[in-house]
Design a protein around this ligand. Structure first.
Ligand code: FAD
Length: 407
């Protein structure tokens, strides 16, 4: 077991500096343009792939080769400090990779995860498709159906997925679907939809409040036929799981729900994204408060402003500590009080609050698109919504600490 330490080791310092350089020199200068264009920032993602930040090797190292669990949060904080929309464009494929790693066999991982990234010369994307128009928080109610065609050893998928990051522009779509809807979450399975499979198409592309460089759209599945081997984890394992679930339909655990297994693993990384946005806004408003003069002195010389910045820094550091604890526990121990959800709840709230305070400190300038803080505020809000809303994190924590089925 790796020791928990707040002193970063040499590898971690190197990683932090490397990602920070990329965020400062490539991501941040491009942020405003791609936010205004509301288009997927292909050239920046290609640059990240050439740099080694976007790719299978980086994900494998972060997910498997790091005993402390801190690689991902450190990298995410720096990347999202640069820009959240571009950051998610770079990290989005990681959600699909985590979906494959969480539910697939080692062979499936080796086959499909590299195809979520492509190569630096031919960049590809992955998409993780759980949410539906009528099932976001309530992932147990998915309507997308997967039906097994035994004669052909094929699965046939039908349904519509909503708000999917990289949806329809990805090479690999990982889709969570109901095999036995009566079993709710325990009757679901995850499937890989290989590139160019007939029947999969992009529905509407959403126009968003923030993270506008990141592509979000519907994914429509119309009689999508995939080989039996695309069921993550394999048929035998699914059959066993379904049999256990049918026997114990009244509350006895029958293993992980596929979507939930992925969210548990990715929550500290998502929380770290929020820390990155919050840090960008805090640093910017601190500098601004030292420069901006009103009533003959720098505005930071007023306690009202200085104390606000002190509170912002305290909340920021508290959030990061929760994120690092959760990331370390995810790798080295186990969550006892939903520490992953705690980190996401706290960091997302902090990002929304700090970015709003940053606008306050910049006054009228903060409210205009001349300055980045209004964009950071728009970007921060998604952290309260995706990968489990604020209320869903509270629900997960409440159930973990009480042992009761709080509704
Ligand atoms: C930009 C963006 C990117 C996304 N990317 C992806 C992706 O790549 N893949 C994917 O699968 N999904 C993705 N999502 C979907 C996202 O995960 C869902 O929007 C989210 O889970 C919330 O679901 P919902 O929108 O249906 O809200 P609802 O579930 O309808 O919730 C509405 C409100 O009710 C509250 N609520 C719901 N249930 C309860 C309860 N039991 N107790 C208390 N309050 C409750 C919620 O907290 C929220 O405030 C993305 C969403 C966005 C906006």
């Amino acid at each position: 077991m790796a020791e928990f330490s707040l002193a970063l080791n040499d590898d971690q310092v190197q990683l932090k500096d490397w990602v920070h350089d990329f965020a400062a020199n490539v991501v941040r200068p491009a942020a405003e343009e791609w936010d205004e264009r509301e288009e997927f920032p292909w050239p920046i993602v290609q640059e990240a792939a050439k740099n080694g930040l976007y790719g299978f090797e980086f994900m494998a190292q972060a997910m498997l080769g790091d005993p402390t669990g801190l690689t991902m949060p450190i990298a995410m904080e720096e990347l999202f400090w640069g820009d959240a929309g571009i950051g998610l464009s770079i990290f989005g494929s990681g959600l699909a990779a985590a979906g494959i790693a969480g539910n697939g066999t080692p062979e499936q991982l080796g086959e499909w995860v590299p195809q979520c990234y492509g190569t630096p010369d031919d960049v590809k994307l992955g998409a993780f498709c759980v949410s539906e128009p009528d099932a976001g928080s309530d992932v147990s109610s998915l309507r997308t159906r997967a039906v097994y065609d035994q004669a052909k050893d094929e699965w046939v998928l039908n349904g519509t997925k909503a708000w999917i990051t990289n949806g329809g522009i990805a090479n690999i779509h990982v889709v969570v679907a109901a095999v036995d809807p009566e079993l709710k979450g325990r009757g679901q399975a995850s499937f890989v939809i290989p590139p160019n499979t007939p029947g999969l198409s992009m529905g509407q592309k959403y126009k968003k409040h923030g993270i506008r460089a990141s592509h979000t759209s519907e994914v429509v599945l119309d009689d999508v036929r995939i080989p039996g081997s695309c069921l993550l984890g394999g048929k035998d394992k699914l059959d066993e799981k379904l049999a256990r679930a049918r026997e114990a339909q009244k509350g006895v655990s029958s293993g992980k729900q596929p979507a939930m297994a992925t969210f548990e693993a990715t929550r500290p990384a998502v929380a770290a994204m929020a820390v990155g946005i919050a840090r960008a806004a805090w640093e910017y408003s601190l500098d601004y408060a030292k420069e901006r003069r009103a009533f003959g002195k720098a505005i930071i010389e007023n306690q009202a402003i200085a104390f606000m910045l002190a509170d912002m820094k305290t909340e920021l550091d508290a959030s990061r500590l929760l994120v690092w604890r959760a990331a370390w526990l995810a790798r080295n121990g186990k969550f006892e009080a939903a520490e992953g959800s705690q980190s996401k709840l706290k960091a997302a709230r902090t990002a929304v609050w700090i970015t709003e305070r940053a606008i306050q400190i910049l006054g009228g300038y903060g409210y205009t698109r001349e300055y980045p803080v209004e964009r950071w505020h728009r970007d921060a809000k998604i952290m309260d919504i995706f990968e489990g809303t604020e209320q869903i994190q509270q629900l997960v924590i409440a159930r973990a600490i009480s042992g009761l089925r709080i509704e």
